[in-house]
Design a protein around this ligand. Structure first.
Ligand code: AMP
Length: 430
């Protein structure tokens, strides 16, 4: 028996306060996203493996749940959602006026080693903007994510990097696209020495020196570096200078709207589809990242569509929950009233449901419990933390009244049904 009540390793049940917290955080995310005019998008939990195989990067591919369905198709549980959003955009939304702002709440699956803040099934809260070349889109994404984190009380800061710097330099040095992915993967994992060794062994000393300089260069010194390597970069100089300018304007803009931000050259991120600006959100009290994203211009082309600009971010809901639980975050709940239908007569049920409907119209949580014995019902109501019980039995039906018990004070009153709404308005208005 005990064997069957365990969920699979790396997954978990959410019940009670945790489940309440989860729903509260999802609702708040959707509230903030909608206020910023992002529209919801819902895509399947399973996708063809090829969707991710094309551009997800070494790490994600190795940790994917992949299986053959009964018809022999190779299917994956989604490890992330951006690829699906782009697929769905190409299928359903490509004719819409751009930019298109989308948000999602979705569970993802990665076969990682489970540890604090790392699960095999986890939830992402995502924002994507398709069809906007300017950094206004990146600012919009970051500002919305930050507004949400502020709303739920998570102090955070943003690290910014730009993979275009690495890619342009590596293109100029003839580093193959697969090796570039591997170099970025090593840097992402904090294994810069492996990245440097790979470049040194396959592309020579000069190439590894350039990589090292890039890795240690501040944003302010980047233009000098571009100048130093003008003859190596040649036609790529303009592109990389533009990216440097964008990165600077982006960080300045975030600072100007009160977001804590720093440029961090070692930041590259695991996913292989990023093309330019990338960002990672960190929070006080958690050394893991809370969110990550960046520019993935042209991912549409990888899936056979026309080129389109795009940028986005995904926040990790499970990690947000860990922090909020540690901070003692309390989910605000509405007052709860139990309506006790005493006896099993149609009129009693009808009246009890009518009372609960009247209470709902006041924003009060009310549910009907059918019981034969009032003492048993009241004991249940106290244990479950209800504030009031409204009792409806045969006598109440005959006299068109309700009996109300204040479960905190223990006081009891009888009222005419028509006075019920006023009573609760007075009793429970904030
Ligand atoms: P990524 O798709 O890798 O850029 O991840 C975006 C965010 O999802 C991260 O910043 C984490 O907050 C969250 N995340 C990624 N992997 C996991 C995991 N295995 N368990 C829990 N959260 C995760």
């Amino acid at each position: 028996m005990a064997k069957f009540i365990q969920p699979p390793r790396g997954t978990r049940d959410l019940v009670g306060e945790e489940a309440d917290l989860f729903i509260d955080l999802v609702n708040k995310f959707s509230e903030v996203a909608r206020l910023n005019d992002f529209k919801p998008i819902i895509t399947p939990t399973i996708e063809y493996f090829d969707l991710f195989a094309k551009k997800s990067g070494v790490e994600i591919i190795q940790s994917m749940y992949v299986f053959q369905d009964k018809a022999g198709r190779t299917i994956a549980l989604r490890p992330e959602v951006t690829a699906s959003v782009i697929r769905a955009y190409l299928r359903n939304l490509y004719k819409e006026p751009k930019p298109i702002n989308l948000f999602y709440v979705a569970q993802c699956f990665r076969y990682d080693e489970p540890q604090r803040g790392r699960y095999r099934e986890f939830w992402q809260l995502g924002l994507e903007i398709i069809g906007d070349e300017s950094i206004a889109a990146d600012i919009n994404v970051l500002h919305t994510a930050s507004e949400y984190l502020n709303y739920i009380g998570i102090k955070h800061f943003v690290q910014v990097g730009n993979v275009a710097f690495y890619r342009s330099f590596m293109d100029s040095m003839g580093v193959s696209s697969d090796d570039q992915d591997l170099v970025l993967h090593y840097i992402d994992k904090g294994l810069f020495n492996n990245a440097e060794k790979l470049v040194f062994e396959k592309y020579g000393e000069e190439a590894s020196k350039v990589l090292r300089e890039l890795y240690y260069t501040s944003i302010e010194r980047l233009s000098e570096l571009i100048n130093d390597y003008r003859s190596l970069l040649r036609e790529r100089c303009d592109k990389i200078s533009q990216e440097a300018e964008k990165t600077l304007s982006f960080t300045d803009a975030l600072k100007s709207i009160g977001i804590n931000v720093e440029y961090s050259p070692p930041l590259v991120r695991g996913l292989a589809y990023y093309t330019g600006l990338i960002y990672e959100v960190k929070a006080e009290g958690l050394d893991l990242s809370v969110g990550g994203g960046g520019r993935y211009d042209g991912l549409t082309e990888v899936y056979g569509g026309p080129f389109e600009y795009s940028t986005g971010i995904a926040l990790g809901l499970d990690r947000i929950m860990i922090m909020l639980k540690e901070k003692g975050y309390v989910v605000k709940t509405s007052p709860r009233v139990i309506v006790i239908a005493l006896g099993s007569f149609t009129e009693i049920y009808r009246e009890a449901i009518n009372v609960s409907r009247a209470l709902h119209s006041l924003g009060i949580v009310a549910s009907v419990l059918s019981e034969q014995r009032v003492s048993k019902a009241l004991s249940y109501a106290s244990k479950k933390g209800y504030l009031y019980a409204v009792i409806i039995g045969k006598r109440e039906i005959e006299t068109q009244s309700v009996t109300i018990k204040d479960l905190i004070k223990g006081e009891q009153t009888s009222l005419h049904v028509s006075e019920l709404v006023k009573y609760f308005k007075d009793a429970l208005s904030p």
